[in-house]
Design a protein around this ligand. Structure first.
Ligand SMILES: *[C@@H]1O[C@H](CO)[C@@H](O)[C@H](O)[C@H]1NC(C)=O
Ligand SMILES: *[C@@H]1O[C@H](CO)[C@@H](O)[C@H](O)[C@H]1NC(C)=O
Ligand SMILES: *[C@@H]1O[C@H](CO)[C@@H](O)[C@H](O)[C@H]1NC(C)=O
Length: 312
Protein backbone atom coordinates (compact mmCIF):
# COMPACT_ATOMS: atom_id res chain seq x y z
CA UNK A 1 0.00 0.00 0.00
CA UNK A 2 2.74 2.38 0.95
CA UNK A 3 4.59 1.66 -2.28
CA UNK A 4 1.49 2.23 -4.39
CA UNK A 5 0.70 5.59 -2.86
CA UNK A 6 4.27 6.85 -3.14
CA UNK A 7 4.92 5.88 -6.76
CA UNK A 8 2.82 8.58 -8.44
CA UNK A 9 4.43 11.24 -6.22
CA UNK A 10 7.94 9.98 -7.00
CA UNK A 11 7.27 9.90 -10.70
CA UNK A 12 5.72 13.40 -10.56
CA UNK A 13 8.88 14.77 -8.93
CA UNK A 14 11.03 12.83 -11.34
CA UNK A 15 9.22 14.37 -14.32
CA UNK A 16 9.39 17.82 -12.72
CA UNK A 17 13.12 17.51 -12.17
CA UNK A 18 13.67 16.15 -15.68
CA UNK A 19 11.81 19.11 -17.18
CA UNK A 20 13.91 21.55 -15.16
CA UNK A 21 17.12 19.82 -16.24
CA UNK A 22 16.08 19.69 -19.89
CA UNK A 23 14.97 23.31 -19.82
CA UNK A 24 18.23 24.45 -18.30
CA UNK A 25 20.21 22.38 -20.78
CA UNK A 26 18.38 23.96 -23.72
CA UNK A 27 18.88 27.47 -22.34
CA UNK A 28 22.54 26.75 -21.67
CA UNK A 29 23.13 25.34 -25.16
CA UNK A 30 21.39 28.29 -26.78
CA UNK A 31 23.54 30.69 -24.83
CA UNK A 32 26.68 28.79 -25.78
CA UNK A 33 25.85 28.51 -29.47
CA UNK A 34 24.49 32.03 -29.97
CA UNK A 35 26.54 34.26 -27.73
CA UNK A 36 30.03 33.74 -29.16
CA UNK A 37 28.87 35.01 -32.55
CA UNK A 38 27.37 38.20 -31.23
CA UNK A 39 29.71 41.09 -31.27
CA UNK A 40 27.19 43.75 -30.44
CA UNK A 41 23.52 44.43 -30.07
CA UNK A 42 23.51 46.24 -33.37
CA UNK A 43 24.87 43.18 -35.17
CA UNK A 44 22.12 41.11 -33.68
CA UNK A 45 19.62 43.73 -34.77
CA UNK A 46 20.96 43.56 -38.31
CA UNK A 47 20.64 39.80 -38.37
CA UNK A 48 17.13 39.94 -37.06
CA UNK A 49 16.36 42.51 -39.71
CA UNK A 50 17.65 40.20 -42.40
CA UNK A 51 15.17 37.47 -41.62
CA UNK A 52 12.54 40.08 -42.48
CA UNK A 53 14.33 40.62 -45.78
CA UNK A 54 14.34 36.94 -46.56
CA UNK A 55 10.68 36.59 -45.71
CA UNK A 56 9.56 39.53 -47.79
CA UNK A 57 11.99 40.14 -50.58
CA UNK A 58 13.74 38.46 -53.43
CA UNK A 59 17.40 39.39 -53.79
CA UNK A 60 17.55 41.47 -56.97
CA UNK A 61 20.07 40.87 -59.73
CA UNK A 62 22.76 41.50 -60.54
CA UNK A 63 24.68 40.77 -57.38
CA UNK A 64 27.42 43.40 -57.15
CA UNK A 65 30.37 43.18 -54.83
CA UNK A 66 30.86 46.79 -53.75
CA UNK A 67 33.70 46.17 -51.33
CA UNK A 68 37.29 47.13 -52.00
CA UNK A 69 39.80 44.81 -53.66
CA UNK A 70 41.78 42.54 -51.32
CA UNK A 71 38.74 42.03 -49.08
CA UNK A 72 37.84 38.45 -49.89
CA UNK A 73 36.36 39.01 -53.36
CA UNK A 74 38.05 35.81 -54.56
CA UNK A 75 36.20 33.78 -51.91
CA UNK A 76 32.93 35.30 -52.97
CA UNK A 77 33.77 34.59 -56.61
CA UNK A 78 34.55 30.94 -55.85
CA UNK A 79 31.35 30.56 -53.88
CA UNK A 80 29.05 31.81 -56.64
CA UNK A 81 31.02 30.16 -59.44
CA UNK A 82 30.82 26.80 -57.64
CA UNK A 83 27.10 27.40 -57.06
CA UNK A 84 26.53 27.57 -60.80
CA UNK A 85 25.92 31.29 -61.20
CA UNK A 86 27.53 33.22 -64.02
CA UNK A 87 30.24 34.92 -62.03
CA UNK A 88 32.84 37.56 -62.83
CA UNK A 89 36.08 38.47 -61.10
CA UNK A 90 38.50 41.06 -62.50
CA UNK A 91 38.15 40.03 -66.17
CA UNK A 92 35.10 40.80 -68.29
CA UNK A 93 33.04 39.86 -71.28
CA UNK A 94 32.38 36.18 -70.70
CA UNK A 95 35.81 35.40 -69.33
CA UNK A 96 35.35 33.38 -66.15
CA UNK A 97 38.98 33.19 -65.06
CA UNK A 98 39.35 35.10 -61.85
CA UNK A 99 42.66 36.88 -62.27
CA UNK A 100 45.04 38.25 -64.90
CA UNK A 101 45.90 37.64 -67.63
CA UNK A 102 42.36 37.93 -69.00
CA UNK A 103 41.41 36.39 -72.34
CA UNK A 104 40.18 39.80 -73.40
CA UNK A 105 39.65 42.91 -71.41
CA UNK A 106 39.25 43.66 -67.73
CA UNK A 107 35.95 44.74 -66.23
CA UNK A 108 37.48 48.10 -65.31
CA UNK A 109 38.33 48.79 -68.95
CA UNK A 110 34.94 47.59 -70.16
CA UNK A 111 33.19 49.97 -67.76
CA UNK A 112 35.44 52.92 -68.66
CA UNK A 113 34.79 52.37 -72.38
CA UNK A 114 31.05 52.18 -71.80
CA UNK A 115 31.13 55.42 -69.84
CA UNK A 116 33.08 57.09 -72.65
CA UNK A 117 30.43 55.98 -75.14
CA UNK A 118 27.42 56.96 -73.08
CA UNK A 119 26.38 53.37 -72.59
CA UNK A 120 25.34 51.92 -69.27
CA UNK A 121 28.34 50.87 -67.22
CA UNK A 122 27.87 47.10 -67.38
CA UNK A 123 26.53 46.91 -70.94
CA UNK A 124 28.09 44.15 -73.07
CA UNK A 125 30.59 43.40 -70.31
CA UNK A 126 29.50 39.77 -70.07
CA UNK A 127 26.00 39.96 -68.60
CA UNK A 128 26.95 38.13 -65.40
CA UNK A 129 24.70 37.19 -62.49
CA UNK A 130 27.42 38.15 -60.04
CA UNK A 131 30.11 40.83 -60.44
CA UNK A 132 32.84 40.24 -57.88
CA UNK A 133 35.44 42.78 -58.96
CA UNK A 134 34.47 45.86 -60.91
CA UNK A 135 37.63 47.79 -60.06
CA UNK A 136 41.01 47.52 -61.72
CA UNK A 137 43.93 49.46 -63.17
CA UNK A 138 43.11 52.21 -65.60
CA UNK A 139 44.81 51.59 -68.94
CA UNK A 140 47.79 53.72 -69.90
CA UNK A 141 48.34 54.54 -73.58
CA UNK A 142 51.61 55.46 -75.20
CA UNK A 143 52.89 57.04 -78.43
CA UNK A 144 50.55 56.88 -81.43
CA UNK A 145 47.66 57.35 -79.04
CA UNK A 146 49.54 60.19 -77.33
CA UNK A 147 51.99 62.87 -78.49
CA UNK A 148 55.61 61.78 -78.43
CA UNK A 149 57.12 62.02 -74.94
CA UNK A 150 53.80 61.54 -73.20
CA UNK A 151 51.69 58.72 -71.97
CA UNK A 152 48.04 59.00 -71.07
CA UNK A 153 45.74 57.43 -68.52
CA UNK A 154 42.20 56.65 -69.69
CA UNK A 155 39.42 58.77 -68.18
CA UNK A 156 35.67 58.25 -67.99
CA UNK A 157 34.97 60.53 -70.97
CA UNK A 158 37.31 58.49 -73.17
CA UNK A 159 40.05 61.12 -73.20
CA UNK A 160 43.61 60.53 -72.08
CA UNK A 161 45.12 62.54 -69.23
CA UNK A 162 48.66 63.12 -70.48
CA UNK A 163 51.81 63.02 -68.41
CA UNK A 164 55.42 63.46 -69.40
CA UNK A 165 57.28 60.17 -69.62
CA UNK A 166 60.67 61.67 -68.84
CA UNK A 167 59.46 63.41 -65.68
CA UNK A 168 59.62 60.94 -62.85
CA UNK A 169 57.17 62.87 -60.67
CA UNK A 170 54.70 63.61 -63.43
CA UNK A 171 54.58 60.08 -64.71
CA UNK A 172 53.51 58.64 -61.35
CA UNK A 173 50.09 60.23 -62.00
CA UNK A 174 49.54 57.72 -64.79
CA UNK A 175 48.96 54.90 -62.34
CA UNK A 176 45.43 54.82 -61.05
CA UNK A 177 43.13 52.15 -59.71
CA UNK A 178 39.63 52.71 -61.07
CA UNK A 179 37.10 52.26 -58.22
CA UNK A 180 33.61 52.52 -59.70
CA UNK A 181 32.06 50.99 -56.56
CA UNK A 182 33.09 54.16 -54.74
CA UNK A 183 33.29 57.04 -57.20
CA UNK A 184 30.43 55.94 -59.46
CA UNK A 185 28.13 54.23 -56.98
CA UNK A 186 25.32 56.67 -57.72
CA UNK A 187 25.41 55.76 -61.39
CA UNK A 188 25.69 52.03 -60.68
CA UNK A 189 22.59 52.44 -58.55
CA UNK A 190 20.66 54.35 -61.20
CA UNK A 191 21.47 51.75 -63.83
CA UNK A 192 20.94 48.74 -61.53
CA UNK A 193 18.30 49.89 -59.07
CA UNK A 194 17.45 46.38 -57.87
CA UNK A 195 21.02 45.10 -57.54
CA UNK A 196 21.96 43.25 -54.38
CA UNK A 197 25.13 44.73 -52.93
CA UNK A 198 27.67 42.43 -51.31
CA UNK A 199 30.20 43.95 -48.95
CA UNK A 200 32.90 41.54 -47.77
CA UNK A 201 34.84 43.16 -44.98
CA UNK A 202 38.01 42.55 -43.08
CA UNK A 203 39.88 44.34 -40.35
CA UNK A 204 40.86 47.76 -41.80
CA UNK A 205 44.39 47.32 -40.49
CA UNK A 206 44.79 43.97 -42.25
CA UNK A 207 43.35 45.49 -45.41
CA UNK A 208 45.68 48.47 -45.28
CA UNK A 209 48.58 46.13 -44.74
CA UNK A 210 47.80 43.99 -47.77
CA UNK A 211 47.21 47.00 -50.05
CA UNK A 212 50.42 48.57 -48.76
CA UNK A 213 52.37 45.54 -49.92
CA UNK A 214 50.43 44.63 -53.06
CA UNK A 215 52.52 45.73 -56.06
CA UNK A 216 51.68 49.36 -56.79
CA UNK A 217 48.13 49.25 -55.52
CA UNK A 218 48.81 51.70 -52.72
CA UNK A 219 50.03 54.43 -55.08
CA UNK A 220 47.28 53.70 -57.61
CA UNK A 221 44.60 54.10 -54.97
CA UNK A 222 46.13 57.32 -53.64
CA UNK A 223 46.26 58.77 -57.16
CA UNK A 224 42.67 57.81 -57.86
CA UNK A 225 41.46 59.48 -54.68
CA UNK A 226 43.44 62.65 -55.37
CA UNK A 227 42.08 62.79 -58.93
CA UNK A 228 38.56 62.98 -57.50
CA UNK A 229 39.47 65.39 -54.73
CA UNK A 230 42.43 67.69 -55.26
CA UNK A 231 42.44 68.77 -51.60
CA UNK A 232 43.66 65.34 -50.52
CA UNK A 233 47.30 65.45 -49.46
CA UNK A 234 49.52 62.60 -50.58
CA UNK A 235 49.98 60.63 -47.35
CA UNK A 236 53.51 59.47 -48.14
CA UNK A 237 54.85 56.11 -47.08
CA UNK A 238 54.92 57.07 -43.37
CA UNK A 239 51.22 57.87 -43.15
CA UNK A 240 50.00 55.48 -45.82
CA UNK A 241 48.77 52.81 -43.42
CA UNK A 242 46.74 55.30 -41.46
CA UNK A 243 45.34 56.83 -44.64
CA UNK A 244 44.40 53.44 -46.12
CA UNK A 245 42.65 52.39 -42.94
CA UNK A 246 40.67 55.60 -43.01
CA UNK A 247 39.52 55.31 -46.63
CA UNK A 248 38.55 51.69 -46.02
CA UNK A 249 36.35 52.67 -43.11
CA UNK A 250 34.96 55.63 -45.01
CA UNK A 251 34.08 53.41 -47.96
CA UNK A 252 32.35 50.91 -45.66
CA UNK A 253 30.32 53.68 -44.06
CA UNK A 254 29.54 55.20 -47.44
CA UNK A 255 28.10 51.90 -48.73
CA UNK A 256 25.99 51.40 -45.60
CA UNK A 257 24.72 54.97 -45.72
CA UNK A 258 24.02 54.74 -49.43
CA UNK A 259 21.90 51.61 -49.04
CA UNK A 260 20.05 53.19 -46.16
CA UNK A 261 19.15 56.06 -48.48
CA UNK A 262 18.39 53.78 -51.44
CA UNK A 263 16.27 50.96 -50.03
CA UNK A 264 15.72 49.35 -53.43
CA UNK A 265 19.01 47.56 -52.66
CA UNK A 266 19.63 44.80 -50.18
CA UNK A 267 23.10 44.86 -48.67
CA UNK A 268 24.69 41.55 -47.70
CA UNK A 269 27.62 42.34 -45.48
CA UNK A 270 30.36 39.95 -44.39
CA UNK A 271 33.10 40.03 -41.90
CA UNK A 272 35.79 37.67 -43.12
CA UNK A 273 37.14 37.19 -39.58
CA UNK A 274 33.84 35.97 -38.21
CA UNK A 275 33.16 32.18 -38.05
CA UNK A 276 29.74 31.44 -39.61
CA UNK A 277 29.85 33.02 -43.03
CA UNK A 278 29.64 29.99 -45.29
CA UNK A 279 26.32 28.95 -43.87
CA UNK A 280 24.94 32.41 -43.61
CA UNK A 281 26.03 33.41 -47.10
CA UNK A 282 24.45 30.22 -48.41
CA UNK A 283 21.25 30.97 -46.48
CA UNK A 284 21.16 34.56 -47.70
CA UNK A 285 21.32 33.51 -51.35
CA UNK A 286 19.51 30.16 -51.00
CA UNK A 287 22.63 28.31 -52.12
CA UNK A 288 24.61 25.38 -50.79
CA UNK A 289 27.13 26.00 -48.04
CA UNK A 290 29.46 23.35 -49.45
CA UNK A 291 30.58 25.87 -52.09
CA UNK A 292 32.17 28.03 -49.43
CA UNK A 293 35.90 27.83 -48.86
CA UNK A 294 36.80 25.70 -51.88
CA UNK A 295 40.00 26.31 -53.84
CA UNK A 296 40.55 29.38 -51.88
CA UNK A 297 43.56 31.60 -52.10
CA UNK A 298 43.17 32.92 -48.61
CA UNK A 299 42.72 29.38 -47.38
CA UNK A 300 41.77 28.81 -43.77
CA UNK A 301 41.00 32.41 -43.15
CA UNK A 302 38.22 32.25 -45.70
CA UNK A 303 36.50 29.42 -43.86
CA UNK A 304 36.65 31.44 -40.71
CA UNK A 305 34.03 33.81 -41.83
CA UNK A 306 30.68 35.12 -40.86
CA UNK A 307 28.00 37.22 -42.33
CA UNK A 308 25.68 39.93 -41.32
CA UNK A 309 23.03 41.37 -43.50
CA UNK A 310 21.45 44.76 -43.46
CA UNK A 311 17.91 45.55 -44.40
CA UNK A 312 17.46 49.24 -44.77
C1 LIG B 1 27.90 61.46 -74.62
O1 LIG B 1 26.97 62.40 -74.12
C2 LIG B 1 27.52 63.68 -73.97
C3 LIG B 1 26.48 64.57 -73.27
O2 LIG B 1 25.19 64.24 -73.66
C4 LIG B 1 27.95 64.22 -75.32
O3 LIG B 1 28.53 65.51 -75.17
C5 LIG B 1 28.98 63.28 -75.93
O4 LIG B 1 29.34 63.67 -77.22
C6 LIG B 1 28.43 61.85 -75.97
N1 LIG B 1 29.51 60.95 -76.37
C7 LIG B 1 29.35 59.95 -77.24
C8 LIG B 1 30.56 59.12 -77.54
O5 LIG B 1 28.28 59.71 -77.77
C1 LIG C 1 38.28 66.35 -50.09
O1 LIG C 1 39.34 66.06 -49.22
C2 LIG C 1 39.42 66.91 -48.10
C3 LIG C 1 40.74 66.60 -47.38
O2 LIG C 1 40.82 65.22 -47.06
C4 LIG C 1 38.20 66.72 -47.24
O3 LIG C 1 38.25 67.54 -46.11
C5 LIG C 1 36.96 67.03 -48.06
O4 LIG C 1 35.81 66.74 -47.32
C6 LIG C 1 36.97 66.22 -49.35
N1 LIG C 1 35.87 66.68 -50.21
C7 LIG C 1 34.95 65.87 -50.67
C8 LIG C 1 33.92 66.48 -51.56
O5 LIG C 1 34.95 64.67 -50.43
C1 LIG D 1 39.21 32.08 -36.69
O1 LIG D 1 38.46 32.88 -35.79
C2 LIG D 1 38.76 32.64 -34.43
C3 LIG D 1 37.78 33.44 -33.58
O2 LIG D 1 37.36 34.60 -34.23
C4 LIG D 1 40.23 32.98 -34.16
O3 LIG D 1 40.55 32.74 -32.82
C5 LIG D 1 41.11 32.14 -35.06
O4 LIG D 1 42.45 32.49 -34.91
C6 LIG D 1 40.71 32.32 -36.51
N1 LIG D 1 41.47 31.40 -37.36
C7 LIG D 1 42.07 31.79 -38.49
C8 LIG D 1 42.79 30.73 -39.25
O5 LIG D 1 42.04 32.94 -38.89
Amino acid sequence: MKDNSQRPINSFYLQFILIIILGSAILFLRAVTVLPHLQSDSEQALRDAFSVTKANRELGKPYLVVGYPKSGTTSVYQFFQCSGLKTQHFCCCGDSSDHPPCEGSTMAVCILKNMANNRTMLEDCGDYDVYCQLDGERPVKAFQDTPRGFRGVLLEDGSLELHRTADKLDRTWLYRHFLPQHFHLQRLHEENPEATFILPLRDPEAWANSVFHWFEMRGRVVNEYIAFNHSIQRPGKQKAMEWLKRIYQEHTNYIREFVREHPSHVLVEFNIADPDAGKRLADAFHLDESCWGHHNKIGDRAKNISLKEILT
